[in-house]
Design a protein around this ligand. Sequence first.
Ligand SMILES: [Zn+2]
Length: 120
Amino acid sequence: MTQRELESIRRAVREEIVALEEAVARWRVFHGLGRDGGGDETGFPVYRGWRQDMDVRLAELRAVLARMEGDEFGVCDDCGEDIAPQRLLAVPTTRRCIGCARGREAAGRPGTTPRPTPGQ
Ligand SMILES: [Zn+2]
């Protein structure tokens, strides 16, 4: 993977983090809660589920950024081969090459975590 490809993936991940944080902040403001903390979220059961999905996704994305600082980013967990940059750009949280991911799907095991849908 070239530095340029790595940079585009990093940028895409950062943009998604910002977008998710904005979505959470907007939701809180819309319901009269503070932008960052403050107010009671527990009265919104639907939100709690959505917020948990957001937190999981944000944690995954931040883990991607952290992995990018090391050498193992972009290397398949299963076979040790490089993951195609195009695949990483589309699914930055993936830790398997397309071949191994397909093999897992065929075996009925989950490959990558599905994205939560914002705004629900
Ligand atoms: Zn693989």
